[in-house]
Write a protein that binds this ligand. Structure first.
Ligand code: GTQ
Length: 366
C-alpha cells in the first residue's frame, strides 16, 4: 500500500510555507522527520544488495592473471574482491559482508597482520597452502574451512604446493567500518614465530563430541580454527542418514565453537548444507545476509524470484529478507553448499526474524 494512504504514516503535502521551513531548518543542520520517515522506517528490510552469482570459471583466469601483475609484498594481500553493484561503496559482496578470492604461488608468503574485522577462508584449489593464526600453523586443503577471529595475528603462504592455491576470504570489514571500530596493525617482525604444534587446535578440539576435560581456552571465539572437509562431509552424510533435514535448507549443519556449541566467531557464522539428488527446498526468508560457495555438485537457487544456476566453486549471495530456495534437481549425486553469514550479529542484537513462503506450495515462480 502506498505510504501516503496509510493513517499513521507520514503524508504531509508540500506547500511553499513548508519548503521555506525546511530551508530554515537546513541552515541549522536540522530537518523535519516526516520528510524522510517512510524511508528510514520501512515496513520491512529493503536490502541494498541484489541477488548475485559469481562464476568461478569466469573469475579464475582473472585471479590467476593477478599473479603476474602484483606481488604479495606490495599488495599486502593479493585478492580479487567480489562486489555487489549496490554495495561497491562499502566494498561489500552482500549486506555488510566482504568477500574475495586470494591467490598465492608456490614459494610465496604474505606478511602477518591483525585487525578488528573477523575473517574466514574456504579453500578452493591447490595444495601446500598454510595459514598461521596466533602462532599456530594450519595446513590447508580443498574445501577446508579456517577462521581468523578478530585481533589474531595471521599470515598466509604456499610452501609445499606445485600450483597456485586459491581460496575465498570472508570478512566483516564493511560491518566493522560501519560501526567505526576497525583497527589494523602489521606484525612488528612481519612474520610470526610458530609457537604451537602444527594444527594444534585441530588435534585438541577437532574430535567429534569429545572436548578436553580441562580446556585451555577463555577467548570469545572457537578454539578450533580449522574444520577439514573430510570430517564435514562425513558429518553431513551421517546426519543425512538420520534425518529428512530442513524443508528450507536440506541437511544443514553449522560450524560451531566446540566448547559452547555457538557460532565460530562473535560476528560471523558458517554452515555447510547437503542437498540430496532430486531435492528442491521450500522458500523462506530471514534477516541477515548469506554468501554461499558451491563446495560440491551443481544445481540452482531461486533468489528474490530470479533463478541462478550454479556449479562447483561458484559463489552467490542472498541479501537480507529475500526469499530463497535451493535445488539439486538434475544430478544423481548430492550437492553441498558452504555458506557464511552475519546471523551471530542478528541474533545477539535480537534482530533475527524468519518467515516461510506460503504461496504455490512454498516455491517462487522464477
Ligand atoms: O587475508 O588477512 O581478502 O585482511 C581482505 C582483508 C584478506 C587477509 C582479504 C584481509 C585479508
Amino acid at each position: 500500500m502506498p505510504d501516503d494512504n496509510v493513517p499513521g504514516r507520514a503524508r504531509v503535502v508540500d506547500t511553499p510555507e513548508l519548503a521555506a521551513y525546511y530551508g530554515a531548518l537546513a541552515q541549522h543542520e536540522a530537518g523535519a522527520l516526516w520528510t524522510v520517515a517512510n524511508d528510514i522506517e520501512p515496513w520491512e528490510p529493503k536490502p541494498h544488495a541484489i541477488p548475485m552469482l559469481w562464476r568461478y570459471e569466469v573469475l579464475r583466469p582473472l585471479v590467476l592473471q593477478s599473479l603476474e601483475l602484483v606481488r604479495p609484498e606490495d599488495a599486502g594481500r593479493r585478492v580479487v574482491m567480489l562486489l555487489n553493484p549496490r554495495r561497491r561503496n562499502v566494498s561489500a559482496a552482500v549486506g555488510w559482508l566482504y568477500s574475495g578470492l586470494q591467490v598465492m604461488k608456490p614459494g610465496e608468503a604474505a606478511s602477518a597482520h591483525r585487525h578488528m574485522a573477523s575473517a574466514l577462508r574456504f579453500i578452493i584449489e591447490g595444495s601446500g597452502a598454510y595459514t598461521i593464526v596466533d602462532g599456530e600453523r594450519l595446513t590447508l586443503g580443498a574445501n577446508d574451512f579456517v577462521i581468523t577471529p578478530n585481533g589474531t595475528w595471521h599470515e598466509h603462504g604456499n610452501d609445499g604446493g606445485t600450483s597456485p592455491c586459491i581460496w575465498q576470504d570472508g570478512l566483516d570489514i564493511p560491518l566493522i567500518n560501519a560501526l567505526e571500530a576497525n583497527f589494523y596493525e602489521v606484525h612488528p617482525d612481519l612474520h610470526q614465530r610458530v609457537g604451537r604444534p602444527i594444527n594444534a587446535s585441530h588435534l585438541s578440539y577437532g574430535n567429534v563430541a569429545l572436548k578436553p576435560l580441562e580446556p585451555d581456552w577463555r577467548k570469545p571465539y572457537s578454539p578450533l580454527l580449522k574444520f577439514g572437509w573430510d570430517n564435514t562431509y562425513d558429518a553431513l552424510r551421517r546426519h543425512a542418514a538420520a534425518t529428512t533435514g530442513s524443508p528450507f535448507d536440506g541437511v544443514a549443519m553449522e560450524y560451531v565453537n566446540p566448547l559452547t556449541g555457538g557460532p565460530v566467531m562473535p560476528t560471523l557464522g558458517a554452515q555447510m548444507q547437503l542437498l540430496r539428488a532430486g531435492e528442491h527446498t521450500c522458500a523462506h526468508r530471514h534477516t541477515g545476509n548469506v554468501l554461499y560457495h558451491v563446495a560440491k555438485g551443481a544445481g540452482h537457487s531461486v533468489i528474490g524470484g530470479q533463478r541462478f544456476d550454479w556449479k562447483e566453486h561458484d559463489i552467490f549471495c542472498v541479501p537480507s529478507w529475500t526469499w530463497h530456495e535451493h535445488a539439486n534437481a538434475l544430478s544423481s549425486d548430492d550437492a553441498c553448499l558452504f555458506s557464511f553469514n552475519d546471523f551471530p550479529v542478528m541474533r545477539s542484537l535480537a534482530l533475527y526474524r524468519e518467515e516461510a513462503y506460503m504461496p504455490n506450495d512454498g516455491h517462487q515462480i522464477s
